[in-house]
Design a protein around this ligand. Structure first.
Ligand code: 9WN
Length: 451
């Protein structure tokens, strides 16, 4: 499938078409060929897009995802589509082998054994805001959805704050690069330390869809990814065992910052539903813990928040978009907000004079590992632009938010609903007609019901 520009005035209609084409009836594949299953954080953004077309369908997107929630509260990063032909996506459900080794898996659906950042409560609340602006039956549909999903969201957040943060630091641990931003340079040092053991022969399906291999992780990266899955499988996907002995355990500031914002959304939901006071207090406590954790990872010299490698006990000093986790978490002191915004606007990020659009690159051009066309090592990702737009609005930075939205939409008009974009040339990369890209366009173009 080709990347194609879209006339600005057709963006909304074309974005809706992309969601409809990728719709599998109740859930949406992340991309037409490259990603034929349901992905966790994609589904949250996709649900926001659906809300503008049909609130009940938006609710259904997240219902499908949460139907695959593990008994521990974990929301898996992939929910497998049983109808997909063998070999279309690798690693497939058989490789993950979750049901073979764990009793905590959902009864009928096959899933991966990892997680992705918890943007779901943010999406649930956004669906409510969109429904409230629409009025009528949409409001009842959204309210019913919120009361169904509230306990699932609480269980999900509780999982992250316990299994992934047993010491209560407020920082969430990741066990695999696929839980963060895949081949971000944030993980390079930890990946380099992994001794890859015996792996069965495998064929990568991604390179069938993205022919230019330089846009995707390397084969060596894949060997480490698969070996880490192998180790997680050998630990029966048991979080306590993994936390104690897995060679890759990283406190991810982006995941942690998103969880703070998601807990604020959860608190809004709890208030709307009239949840018991003790539950709201627990959520408040989670928020405070998360803020404290993020504060402990602040690097004053870079003006960024840094991940922390639990195995080496060292901060990970890379300049990537994850460093803006405090901005996403929100409610910063005026000084901290000013510093984050100055770095965000600087030539090290959106303000690079050579960039086609003033949008956040996944990795800073100042970072030695920056590569403008390679997956997570430089390109812009539209759903991340949306997340910053949303965070800036919450911070009261309306002009900055408007500029991001403007450039974000023009990027899509010029290149179509691509998975990611080269920041200097604006070249669309990865999959065409990526669902979450189309979804954020729908939200940006909707009438004035912004958060
Ligand atoms: C592995 C679906 C997913 C996104 C991830 C993105 C990419 C998968 C892959 O695609 O990851 O999970 O095969 O590369 O990195 O953020 O959710 O869009």
């Amino acid at each position: 499938m080709q990347h194609e520009p879209v006339r600005f005035e057709d963006l909304s209609i074309r974005a809706a078409q992309v969601l409809r084409e990728n719709d599998q009836g109740g859930w949406t594949k992340a991309a037409p060929g490259l990603y034929p299953h349901q992905w966790s954080w994609d589904a949250a953004f996709v649900a926001i897009g659906w809300a503008h077309l049909d609130v009940e369908r938006a609710a259904q997107e997240l219902r499908s995802l949460f139907a695959a929630q593990w008994r521990t509260g974990k929301v898996p990063h992939i929910v497998f589509n049983p109808e997909v032909a063998a070999g279309s996506y690798f690693p497939d459900a058989a490789f993950w082998g979750c049901a073979r080794v764990s009793e905590n898996v959902p009864a009928v659906i096959e899933t991966s054994g990892l997680v992705q950042p918890p943007v779901h409560a943010i999406a649930a609340w956004r669906i409510w805001e969109v429904a409230r602006a629409q009025g009528g039956t949409a409001i009842d549909q959204a309210r019913r959805f919120l009361s169904e999903s509230y306990p699932q969201l609480v269980a999900w957040h509780r999982y992250l704050l316990s299994a992934r943060d047993p010491e209560g630091s407020g920082l969430i641990a990741t066990f695999h690069p696929w839980e963060g931003l895949d081949n971000s340079p944030r993980w390079d040092a930890a990946m380099a330390r992994i001794d890859v053991g015996e792996l069965p022969p495998f064929t990568r399906a991604d390179l069938e869809h993205v022919k230019d291999a330089s846009q995707r992780p390397t084969n060596e990266d894949y060997r480490v990814y698969l070996w880490l899955v192998e180790l997680l499988k050998r630990a029966d996907y048991d979080d306590a065992q993994i936390y104690a002995a897995h060679p890759y355990v990283i406190k991810d500031v982006l995941m942690s910052g998103i969880l703070v914002a998601a807990n604020e959304a959860l608190d809004h939901i709890a208030t709307l539903l009239g949840a018991p006071e003790e539950e709201r207090e627990t959520i408040q406590e989670w928020i405070a813990r998360g803020r404290k954790g993020l504060e402990s990872r602040w690097d004053a010299e870079l003006g960024l928040s840094l991940d922390y490698d639990v195995r080496t006990g060292e901060p990970i000093r890379t300049q990537t978009v994850a460093g803006f986790a405090p901005l996403i978490a929100g409610r910063l002191s005026p000084e901290r907000l000013a510093t984050q915004l100055a770095v965000f606007d600087s030539p090290a990020f959106c303000g690079h004079p050579g960039f086609r659009w003033a949008l956040p690159p996944s990795t800073s051009p100042d970072d030695p590992a920056f590569q403008p066309r390679s997956y997570w090592r430089g390109p812009n990702w539209p759903f991340l632009t949306w997340l910053f737009w949303w965070a800036l609005l919450r911070a009261g930075e309306t002009d900055r938010a408007a500029r991001l939205r403007h450039d974000g939409l023009h990027q899509l008009a010029a290149g179509g609903f691509a998975e990611y974009f080269e920041p200097f040339t604006g070249e669309p990369l990865g999959s065409a007609n990526q669902s979450w890209t189309a979804a954020v366009a729908l939200d940006w173009l909707a009438p004035a019901d912004a958060p």
